[in-house]
Design a protein around this ligand. Structure first.
Ligand SMILES: Nc1ncnc2c1ncn2[C@@H]1O[C@H](COP(=O)(O)OP(=O)(O)OP(=O)(O)O)[C@@H](O)[C@H]1O
Ligand code: SF4
Ligand SMILES: [Mg+2]
Length: 326
């Protein structure tokens, strides 16, 4: 029987490789993610763990030299990896929209902002007449806190980083997507602007009840923004739980290291770091990819990847410490 873990999204065993001159990069090695309508999921993990590749794969935007070699992406009644390009075009940017880390780079440098948002609206919702489109563009810009008349006429290079990210948010939300994917949406911005953009996203997601995936390095952001968190390590989901559960009771040794590395109010203990670095994914360690860095590694950890098991209701982990050996 098909048992879906999320009503809107359920990603099972997602595998992606990149063919490069150095060899095959085994970037995603069995990612598991799910999300219910109206929920916010955070994806956390060190640099190179596969967070951005996961978001591209969700949009079915893995291109050469990349290849999706396994897995299934259920989204809103469709199996995305079984659809053709024209069917995907009807979903991408419409039902599923993305906000990227580098907003200026994602905008067309030779087109005014108003024109780009208008094009986006027309593409996703059909031509509704120029007057109506202009009104809609203005409304979207006001919604993200920008002066519509002034901003519409600007070119991307005339926008500050914070303004450009607001424009990207306006574009992403103009089609009222069912799922918004934000890949490190604030990491290119300075700290005060980061806080403003996150507050804006938080307000909009709350007001319009968007389901959201937020990819972030910042555990504080994940804690304040997300309902659930998936921890990725070297191409695998190693833990998945509610935000409260994962912050108070992280189980996977990598997640424990990650959450212990977060400064907490009133805790003067020295912060712990995780020794070593994310492995080279051309030649990843066999079995559990975390074993060279893990204090708890056992012989079986090197032999095969641990099963991803539900240890407590809604709390999943992939680690041999939690496999019942009885
Ligand atoms: N176009 C590509 N060609 C070759 N390898 C790629 C490509 N895109 C990603 N990779 C590889 O896939 C792996 C995962 O990369 P990804 O960008 O998803 O990491 P990330 O978790 O988003 O890191 P960061 O936090 O730095 O953004 C890395 O080993 C990366 O080098
Ligand atoms: S499976 Fe083994 S190596 Fe991997 S995290 Fe668990 S104890 Fe450590
Ligand atoms: Mg990334």
């Amino acid at each position: 029987m098909d048992q879906r873990r999320g009503t809107l999204l359920d990603v099972t065993d997602l595998r992606v490789i990149f063919h490069t001159y150095r060899g095959t990069i085994k970037a995603l090695n069995g990612v598991q993610l799910w999300l219910n309508h109206g929920e916010r999921l955070g994806i956390v993990g060190e640099s190179g763990c596969g967070k951005s590749v996961t978001s591209l794969a969700l949009m079915q935007l893995i291109e050469q030299p990349g290849e999706m070699i396994g897995g299934r992406i259920f989204f809103d009644g469709h199996i995305l990896n079984e659809l053709d390009e024209s069917q995907l075009d009807g979903i991408r940017g419409k039902d599923m929209a993305t906000i990227f880390q580098e907003p200026v780079a994602a905008l067309n440098p030779v087109m005014r902002v108003g024109y780009q948002i208008a094009e986006n609206i027309i593409q996703k919702s059909g031509n509704a007449g120029s007057r109506k489109i202009n009104e809609d563009v203005g409304k979207m810009l006001s919604t993200v806190g920008l002066d519509p008349n002034r901003t519409m006429r600007l070119y991307p290079h005339q926008l500050s980083g914070g303004m450009a990210q607001r424009v990207m948010i306006a574009m992403a939300l103009s089609a009222r997507p069912k799922l918004l994917i934000a890949d490190e949406p604030t990491s290119a911005l300075d700290v005060t602007i980061q806080a403003q953009i996150l507050e804006l996203l938080d307000d909009l997601v709350r007001e319009f009840d968007y389901s959201t995936i937020l990819i972030t390095h910042d555990m504080g952001v994940a804690a304040s923004f997300c309902d659930k968190v998936a921890v990725m390590y070297a191409g695998n989901t190693v833990e998945y739980a509610t935000t409260t559960e994962i912050f108070h009771n992280p189980l996977h040794p990598y997640a424990r290291g990650l959450f212990r590395a977060v400064p907490r109010m009133g805790n003067s203990d020295e912060l712990e770091t995780i020794p070593g670095v994310v492995p080279d994914l051309v030649n990843p360690p066999p079995g559990c990819r975390f074993h060279p860095r893990c204090r708890h590694a056992m012989p079986e950890c090197k032999a095969s990847f641990p099963p991803f098991l539900e240890i407590e209701p809604g709390h999943f982990v992939a680690c041999y410490c939690f496999v019942n050996k009885g």
